[in-house]
Design a protein around this ligand. Structure first.
Ligand code: BGC
Ligand code: NOJ
Length: 807
């Protein structure tokens, strides 16, 4: 069942009912000011850091789940309704929510009053604009009351939800003209405040939540709305909020446009006050300037055009016309959009990530980069240098860093032994995309320590050597705290309820990871290529030799007979073997080892993929493990803590499905490669939105697996490494444009029905128009001339290259 439809021309998903299975959200904001917005107007805003600079309050675990956010109440003929359906919950005559690129529009209608509410964040300013257009479509005049409301967060979201003995005392606001200013803690060490303005004359305001709601009410029918009258309260402590009331008489056919702005202002310390600090009147000048930039209908319309142009530019670097609209909309719109959002948010703020928890993950950030490096390469460059700076001299790394400080986060620990290798992967991807080798000479400190700066290349070398310096009894890499699978905790042995598997003490052991071994082969080859480019031929030879050895080790000690083993635990026992009762086969090494080319010659790769299909794949995707662990295993840790079929314990963990699909392309199996892509791809499973439940336009982290109680049900939408890897898979391996150091390797691997595909790819400033057709006369023609390899050399910036690829 569907709850809406894709409008590709407008790059929107149009939701036709507020009754989606879960809140279906979108993101507003491109640089520093962000908002999450659901299809009923829920969500919250923050400036840069979702924990430390939270502007509006949102209660996770609320009842109902999606309460709060942007609240509008329209009263006419004594009926009150919300253009976003919530919070008033009055059934509407018409409702549509259009989630687009960086904006969301609600189109609704009630009793002959039509409303259009457009919410977006301008590209260059720190504010969210809510433009409400109301029109009387009847032949009678209408008396209309409008109340808009939002609740402020006292900046630090974690504190805001816990430290009530202080918080109920500190809230402060000011009201002047049509603007409500939130200035909690401004009197002391904060140099920032928020405001909520409206560009038309108001009939009243409120800033004290308890008064606004009235005794025992919730947001559905606040007393102020019910009574049609504001109390003009000034909050002193408790819960400061902002509410404006406007009143109109709308003649038949008359329309009114109202602009609400939620803004964030920083003021230099010496300019904080209007008059003496003791007077407590804040300097409103910068707020007034900001408001004046967007306070007219034209300014808002212009800004919406600028936003559309911004996204045109970002999404225009890779476009496809494949003859399959579902595929086109994922490649051209939603997958790239999700990659950009993941880049902006990392794993901080979604409806499943509270914005208070994790910093930027080392491996997460490296992998996210694979999905946006072609869109904003300059940002990718910065990001690589930030990530490399939390690496240790021995090649290991802090597992996370805080975006505001860019320092390693000691709470999240270290010793995740896959981390270092991802740095090679993302740097290689950046250089392949841009041809910018200068990044390798950038001086980057180790562990952020002044004086420890070394060229980035030395960091990559440290990453490579880290694996070699940490081998176990089978000469496979030691797993450390965990590898990509955070929940495979082979050294943890936690028996303490509630203890974090990520940070608990680990035993010293020699547990080994076949997955990291596969990664070493994959990224080790890239390291060797970079050595050659730096003229380090001996080092390249040595690296290739180590890669070869690892390859052999995997085939010998990492092979279970029909698939690749997952690991050896701290006792030296096999994990992911036919000898195990549960957890006989795990997906990660099947994907990663074959992607790396391991076992292709010997036929083991094919066998491993057949086994993955046989044991792990079902209609909704390929599960992480089979059989899922039925009981808790001390020696395996968190993976066995989840009920069977969920999360790492046997869900379809969408992030790793593209590895398997890429692996299928490596053995030339186009049909299964595409099937793996299709099974989890949002646009293709839109029809089962009632089962899938999360947004049908973006990937979720997991889909409940075949052993789950609710197979097919997704969780944790939006912020997942799935976005980047599915994009790598579709753009580079299935459609086949693989950026490499010397140019583009063109190697499509598509099922037969794709027989006339047109791709447009901007690469190092040149535009490649690529046509893929079926023919017996196979090969690649560049500007009419057949080339004798599948690598198209990089063309000069500004040029257009026409390519025909016959497969
Ligand atoms: C989750 C993992 C996640 C880890 C680190 C675990 O509880 O299952 O998916 O990577 O926490 O935050
Ligand atoms: C989510 C984490 O963000 C990622 O780093 C990890 O690889 C996966 N979970 C698998 O555990």
């Amino acid at each position: 069942m569907k709850y809406g439809f894709f409008d590709d021309a407008k790059r929107e998903y149009v939701i036709e009912t507020p009754f989606t299975p879960l809140p279906w959200i979108n993101y507003l904001g491109s640089n520093e000011f962000f908002g999450l917005i659901s299809n009923t107007g829920g969500g919250y805003n923050f400036y840069r850091d979702a924990k430390l600079r939270r502007l509006t309050r949102y209660r996770y675990n609320n009842v109902p789940r999606d309460t709060g956010g942007r609240m509008f109440y329209i009263t006419d003929d004594s009926e009150t309704w919300s253009p976003t359906f919530l919070p008033a919950k009055t059934p509407l005559d018409a409702y549509k929510c259009r989630h687009g690129m960086g904006y969301t529009v609600f189109e609704s209608e009630m009793n002959g009053l039509s409303s259009e509410l457009t919410c977006f964040v301008p590209v260059k300013d720190n504010c969210e604009i809510n433009r409400l257009i109301l029109k009387n479509t009847t032949g009678e005049k209408k008396e209309v009351g409008i109340v808009s409301a939002l609740e402020f967060c006292l900046w630090n979201a974690a504190d805001d939800g816990t430290n009530f003995q202080r918080n109920y005392n500190i809230g402060e606001v000011e009201v002047e003209d049509q603007v409500i200013y939130h200035k909690t803690e401004y009197r002391e060490r904060r140099n920032h405040y928020a405001f909520y303005s409206v560009n038309q004359k108001t009939a009243g305001f409120d800033t004290d939540l308890d008064t606004f709601l009235g005794k025992f009410n919730n947001y559905e029918i606040p007393e102020v709305v019910e009574e049609g009258k504001c109390r003009n309260t000034i909050a002193h402590g408790w819960s400061p909020m902002a509410c404006h009331r406007l009143e109109y008489t709308l003649q038949p056919g008359e329309e009114t446009e109202i602009i609400f702005i939620l803004g964030y202002i920083e003021v230099a310390k010496e300019d904080k006050w209007d008059g003496p600090a003791a007077g407590g009147v804040i300097n409103k000048k910068p707020a007034k300037e900001l408001i004046s930039r967007y306070n007219t209908s034209k300014a808002v319309a212009d800004e919406l055009t600028a936003l559309a142009e911004y996204w045109d530019k970002l999404l225009g670097k890779y476009t496809a016309e494949t003859g399959d609209e579902k595929l086109d909309r994922m490649v051209n719109i939603w997958n790239q959009y999700q990659c950009m959002i993941t880049f902006n948010m990392s794993r901080s703020a979604s409806y499943y990530e509270s914005g208070q928890g994790r910093g930027m993950g080392f491996r997460d950030s490296c992998q996210d980069l694979l999905g946006f490096v072609h869109i904003v390469p300059e940002r990718a460059r910065e990001r690589i240098l930030d990530i490399a700076a939390i690496q240790f001299e021995n090649g290991g790394a802090w597992h996370q860093y805080q975006p505001l400080t860019k320092r390693g986060n000691a709470d999240a620990g270290m010793g995740f032994n896959d981390d270092p290798l991802w740095l090679i992967g993302c740097t290689y991807a950046y250089i392949s995309e841009t041809g910018d080798y200068s990044i390798l000479d950038e001086l980057v400190p180790f562990e952020n320590k002044e004086g420890s700066e070394k060229p980035l290349f030395d960091h990559l070398r440290a990453s490579f050597n880290y694996t070699l310096n940490n081998l176990g009894p089978h000469n496979l890499p030691l797993i450390g705290r965990a590898d990509w699978n955070d929940c495979l905790n082979l050294n943890c042995f936690s028996d303490e309820p509630g203890e974090s598997f990520q940070t608990c003490a680990n035993i010293e052991s020699e547990a080994e990871s076949v997955f990291i071994a596969g990664m070493f082969v994959f990224y080790g080859k890239q390291f060797a290529e970079l050595c050659i480019k730096r003229g380090l031929n001996d080092e390249a030879d040595k690296a290739i030799e180590s890669v070869k050895q690892m390859n052999e080790t995997i085939l010998k000690h990492g092979w279970d007979g029909e698939w690749f083993l997952r690991a050896y635990d701290s006792n030296g026992d096999k994990v992911g073997s036919s000898e195990c009762n549960d957890g006989k086969i795990l997906i990660e090494p099947q994907g990663m080892c074959v992607m790396a080319g391991v076992g292709i010659e010997s036929g083991q790769a094919k066998k491993a993929l057949e086994s993955a299909k046989k044991y792990l794949t079902f209609e909704y995707g390929t599960c992480l493990v089979y059989p899922a662990y039925k009981e808790y295993h001390l020696n395996l840790g968190e993976i066995s803590s989840y009920p069977p079929g969920y999360k790492e314990n046997g869900s379809v963990f969408c992030h790793n499905n593209p590895w398997l699909s890429i692996a299928e392309t490596m053995v030339g199996n186009a049909d299964e490669a595409f099937e793996i892509y299709r099974r989890t791809c949002p646009a293709y499973i839109e029809d089962i939105s009632d089962i899938h439940r999360t947004e049908p336009y973006v990937y979720s982290q997991t889909i409940a697996g075949k052993e789950a109680a609710t197979p097919g049900e997704a969780k944790n939408s939006w912020l997942t490494g799935t976005a980047a890897w599915t994009y790598v898979n579709i753009s580079q391996y299935l459609l086949g444009i693989q950026p490499e150091l010397d140019g583009i390797r063109l190697k499509p691997c598509l099922p037969g029905k794709y027989n006339n595909v047109k791709l447009k790819r901007t690469f190092r400033g040149a535009v490649y128009n690529i046509t893929i057709v079926r023919s017996d006369d196979k090969g690649i023609w560049v500007d009419g001339n057949k080339i004798d390899s599948d690598v198209i050399p990089a063309a000069s910036s500004g040029s257009t290259v026409n390519v025909e690829c016959r497969i």
